[in-house]
Design a protein around this ligand. Structure first.
Ligand code: SF4
Length: 344
């Protein structure tokens, strides 16, 4: 039996519940850590592309890193991947899971994650070498297969070094490196944000093709909601460490339910967009002073629709409304009212 038996398409593959992360001193130690994620729940289903969206400081990269074990969650979090308990896994089970390469993370900056002394083929084969999978020839063959998957010719590029490639080619090498273990889920952090428009489209198009051809599930971390239009099935929006909206991508883009998601959607012009509120309709007339952590809704200082309750009570836990269709949750006291106000 494989170390990781993936569920069927559409069934939960990665499930994150109650994920909180603090940096700095741990709770109970002298001094306070900085809370960067608070009680986040997220599910990625087999074969699905999920966008994780938010501005700098929203906690989106921390969420991605916690999911692959690069960041330690606070006690109480649950992370499960294809039946494996990622928080409690130890010993032989953990080693076998890591060897499988079923869950892969693609770093944001290819230059920092690729050894400049190695050939491209060796860079791509590194995860197999680290897991002691196959002999040198088998690893080289798998690396060449992965390079072809991302549209690079092994004969032309395999013996070059990363420094001899363009930025777009280096990003595709990073993608090939993540794919060489034939993962079930790829988590990728801003895969296209440093690229020009044509390479950006190429890389995002590749992710769509890999999902279609390999059934690969992908979680894409991005600050740009518009870039995920037509790519993501679902979008999860984070604001200052809280999940504020999670729903089908087309709905979040065209009919967002949280004022912050609406602001992101309105600020991301897209071909074929059919309207929705304009940024000026969503911004408060005057900036409010930020108030202490834990008092009121986290978005209230920037929210045009904040009422007295929003300044006293934390935002509610994300919840689905009564609308039929796929689950779409929002963490806002006035999810229905503010949209009616804008539409009036
Ligand atoms: S709960 Fe209130 S302050 Fe927070 S987003 Fe909704 S309307 Fe705005």
């Amino acid at each position: 039996m494989s170390a990781v038996d993936a569920p069927r398409a559409g069934e939960p593959l990665l499930t994150v519940s109650g994920l909180s992360v603090s940096y700095g001193p741990s709770p109970g130690a002298r001094g306070r850590g900085t809370r960067v994620l608070s009680g986040v729940d997220l599910t990625v289903r087999a074969g699905e592309i999920v966008g994780i969206i938010g501005e700098t400081g929203s906690g989106k990269t921390t969420l991605a890193r916690a999911a692959v074990g690069l960041v330690r969650p606070e006690p109480g979090a649950a992370l499960r991947f294809a039946g494996h308990d990622l928080v409690r896994m130890r010993g032989a089970e953990l080693r076998e899971f890591r060897r499988s390469g079923a869950l892969q993370y693609m770093f944001q900056d290819p230059l920092r994650s690729q050894d400049p002394e190695l050939t491209v083929r060796a860079v791509v084969a590194e995860p197999l070498a680290a897991a002691r999978r196959g002999d040198r020839r088998e690893r080289a063959a798998r690396a060449d297969e992965a390079l072809r998957l991302v549209g690079l010719d092994p004969a032309a590029h395999g013996e070059r070094t990363p420094g001899e490639l363009s930025g777009g080619q280096r990003q595709r090498v990073s993608l090939a490196r993540a794919l060489v273990t034939r993962p079930r889920l790829l988590i990728t952090d801003e895969p296209a944000s440093a690229l020009d428009a044509s390479n950006r489209n190429l890389v995002l198009g590749l992710l769509a093709r890999l999902r279609a051809e390999l059934g690969l599930a992908v979680a894409v971390v991005s600050h740009d909601l518009g870039s995920l239009a037509g790519l993501a099935d679902r979008v999860a929006v984070l604001y200052r460490g809280r999940l504020v909206e999670d729903g089908p991508a087309a709905e979040v883009l065209e009919a967002p339910r949280h004022p912050y998601a609406a602001l992101l959607a309105a600020s991301a012009p897209r071909v074929g967009a059919t309207g929705g509120p304009r940024p000026a309709q969503l911004r408060p007339a005057a900036d409010r002073e930020p108030w202490p952590e834990g008092l009121g809704c986290v978005f209230a200082p920037r929210c045009r629709f904040a009422g007295p309750a929003c300044e006293r009570e934390p935002e509610p836990a994300p919840a689905a409304g009564s609308a039929p269709g796929p689950a779409h949750t929002v963490a806002c006291h006035h999810a229905a009212d503010w949209r009616a106000e804008v539409a009036a």
